[in-house]
Design a protein around this ligand. Structure first.
Ligand code: ATP
Length: 257
């Protein structure tokens, strides 16, 4: 039994995990990490996860392996963290940064220096290593006007590989156009982020990051090269659409999932 805002949720509740994750986001909202738009974005993600059966599919695991391989082989890999990702997966981000040595940068669409500081402190309190400080030297992503284009000179601006999660399509597109290799965790394979990234992880952010921690614990550079040689993102995207289609076709013929 877990207490959620005064309501007890039994472990046997069919939406137990989903309700707990929502609660984590609401907590993040109350602490000033998550913006209201982030709560809406989460709902969009949940809808796709529902269709996918709320589990990691084989195509997602393949993309997760490719993302870890890219981090291992990159000269400067950076994990870009926004409010939703921090509120949901701070512990997993800490373990991934620790296992791979990747830098971690707070990077926000709805940017305010106050929110950057709060997210930075939240990550630091969860033991995230290699964190770029809020007062890092700044520059802008070419083509991104307004504060949503601000990044650290020693972080994203000089990275050769960036892992994003729950990200807006414009920003993903601008990073790719800037010459960065990008992997994106995004449950919606239709989104511009999913379509523009070099590696698209169609999986829930917490599950995906946990899987990546496990993969990182045993992948050698030789295996990383093999994984990337064999990887096809268009195949992964096709399989993600096919998995949804199959679940929906079954439901459409039987009237149940
Ligand atoms: P785009 O701008 O890329 O076309 P969008 O308008 O949906 O997509 P946002 O609302 O900024 O962009 O992005 C949030 C994305 O993250 C959505 O595609 C949503 O499906 C996905 N998402 C939300 N929560 C999660 C989560 N917990 N794990 C993985 N993906 C998520």
């Amino acid at each position: 039994m877990v207490d959620v805002m005064g309501h007890e949720i039994p472990r046997s509740h069919p939406r137990y995990h989903s309700l707990l994750i929502r609660e984590r986001l609401v907590e993040g909202f109350n602490k000033g990490l998550v913006v209201p738009q982030g709560l809406i974005a989460h709902g969009r993600g949940e809808a796709f996860d529902y269709i996918l059966g709320e589990k990691t599919h084989e195509f997602a695991l393949r993309a997760e392996r490719a993302a870890v391989a890219s981090i291992i082989l990159a000269s400067k890999p950076v994990i870009s963290v926004n409010g939703n990702y921090a509120a949901l997966a701070a512990e997993e981000i800490a373990r991934l940064a620790e296992a791979t040595g990747a830098l971690v940068e707070v990077n926000l669409f709805y940017r305010s220096e106050e929110r950057v500081r709060r997210i930075y402190e939240h990550l630091r309190d969860h033991g995230v290593p290699n964190l770029l400080p809020p007062d890092c030297e700044k520059t802008r992503v070419p083509g991104l006007e307004s504060p949503r284009g601000i990044v650290c000179v020693d972080g994203i601006a000089s990275a050769d590989f960036i892992l994003l999660a729950i990200e807006d399509g414009d920003r993903t597109e601008a990073l790719v156009a800037w010459g960065k290799r990008v992997a994106a965790i995004d449950l919606n394979p239709f989104s511009r982020t999913a379509q523009k990234a070099h590696i698209t992880i169609v999986d829930e952010a917490i599950r995906a990051t946990r899987n990546m921690v496990e993969i990182a614990s045993s992948m050698s550079p030789e295996e990383a090269r093999r994984v990337l040689d064999d990887y096809s993102n268009s195949e992964v995207l096709r399989e993600a659409f096919r998995a949804m289609l199959e679940r929906l076709s079954y439901a459409a013929s039987k009237g149940v999932l």
